[in-house]
Design a binder for this molecule. Structure first.
Ligand code: SF4
Length: 344
């Protein structure tokens, strides 16, 4: 049995053919499922009962439950803890910006990448999310907040390129004209730097935005923050990102979480500027949250501003990203941990 929501349009067309059904049935089913209204095969009103019964022999529609919602004091951020059908818990974050509402989704239950500043990785990875489970996060976010999601960032729990096939399927489904028809340009995939899969993604020419978590221009500091840096050097990551830009024309974002006394000095900013000089890119600075498990502390506002100014002086495009608020357990994976391990 397969989750109908995880099936790409072309595969649904093939299934209809196999079942001896007219091809327009695939359009009807795909549209009904991805409009977000049909929660069960019985609720696909546009198809006859006999076809529903035949579909149920091969397919099902999974569901997801909101078990906790936290909203920031300014009402601009909602964080959702969501329970999957097998009892695993994931999280999504809905953020309002001047240009619309953005949703940050999880791609795995947990993560095996081991970044020192991240609560999502503490218990390793339990399993990959299916395309349906990624799509459902958007459905649940809209139902729960009443807001229309206009952008998606795959930047929550999990490393998307460690679950690449399902993530690519998710992107194909959510952007399909017969379904939700979201633009690929409104989707950002964030990776800690799985170089071979960045290159694979580039060759697919999907036109989604790519963000690389860089966090330091210094190899040793980066290795200390992110174990994946032991496998792929900064140069290898940047070359893979250059390749992505060449193939897709999409400007790369470099994510840089600022930690007090670790990677936030003016000399770090200068080194970063030298590294990125001449590259068509954007740097997103994030004042990191404190991480009590590892003793890492987020940078001060003054240090973040000085870092930003140094990059600007060196003509690097840069912004300091809005903090997602401590009131909603802002850092990645923290709300989920509160739910699955109260008191942590
Ligand atoms: S920051 Fe991202 S890649 Fe690193 S451990 Fe957390 S979820 Fe995984």
């Amino acid at each position: 049995m397969k989750d109908l929501r995880s099936i790409e349009y072309e595969d649904l067309c093939a299934l209809m053919k196999e079942l001896g059904e007219k091809s327009y049935r695939a359009d009807q089913i795909f549209t009904a499922v991805h409009s977000g209204r049909a929660d069960s095969i019985d609720a696909i009103n546009v198809i006859p009962k006999t076809l529903k019964e035949r579909l149920k022999e091969h397919l099902f529609l999974s569901s997801m439950t909101v078990i906790k919602k936290q909203s920031s004091d300014d009402g601009q951020t909602d964080k959702l803890a969501l329970s999957l059908e097998d009892g695993n818990v994931i999280e999504s974050v809905v953020m309002d910006y001047s240009y619309g509402t953005s949703l940050c989704i999880s791609s795995q239950v947990g993560c095996r990448m081991g970044c020192r500043f991240c609560a999502s990785t503490i218990d390793g990875v339990a399993r990959n999310l299916s395309p349906a489970e990624m799509l459902l996060q958007a459905v649940m976010a809209e139902r729960e907040t009443g807001k229309r999601i206009s952008r998606i960032v795959i930047m929550g729990m999990g490393e998307p390129l460690d679950n690449m096939d399902n993530v690519v399927s998710f992107i194909k489904i959510i952007t399909h004209p017969k379904g939700r028809n979201m633009s690929q340009r409104d989707i950002t995939l964030s990776t800690c730097g799985l170089v071979p899969n960045i290159r694979r993604l580039a060759d697919m020419k999907l036109h989604v935005n790519l963000a690389l978590s860089l966090h330091s221009p210094n190899e040793e500091v980066r290795k200390n923050l992110m174990p994946i840096a032991n496998a792929y050097s900064i140069d290898e990551c940047l070359n893979a990102c250059d390749y992505y830009f060449e193939k897709t024309g999409r400007r790369i974002s470099y994510e840089y979480a600022l930690f007090d006394g670790i990677n936030d000095s003016i000399s770090d900013a200068r080194q970063l500027s030298r590294l990125l000089k001449g590259r068509n890119c954007h740097v997103n600075l994030i004042r990191a949250n404190d991480v009590k498990e590892t003793g890492l502390k987020g940078s001060t506002q003054a240090a973040a501003t000085a870092f930003e100014k140094e990059l600007e002086k060196n003509r690097i495009n840069v912004t300091i990203r809005r903090r997602m608020g401590r009131t909603v357990d802002g850092a990645c994976g923290q709300l989920r941990r509160r739910v699955i391990a109260p008191g942590s």
